[in-house]
Write a protein of this length. Structure first.
Length: 71
């Protein structure tokens, strides 16, 4: 589900995405495809700029194997 958020004063796209998702990997490109007008603004978004966000990425729980030092 896509949703629209507004940029804070002095916020970059990466900062906005980190604020919303807690990460930016693989989300920045999707967001720029949904919002081609953002590339024209430069690195800092104007306060109140609407940004359409892509659906949240799927999170995979990966359990690391436990290392046992002594048996």
């Amino acid at each position: 589900m896509k949703r629209v958020v507004r940029a804070h004063q002095g916020e970059t796209l990466d900062a906005l995405l980190y604020r919303m998702y807690g990460k930016t990997a693989a989300i920045t490109e999707q967001t720029l495809q949904l919002n081609p007008h953002l590339a024209e603004q430069g690195p800092v978004l104007k306060e109140g700029t609407p940004v359409t966000l892509p659906p949240p990425p799927e999170t995979r729980e990966t359990k690391k194997p436990e290392i046992q030092l002594w048996s």
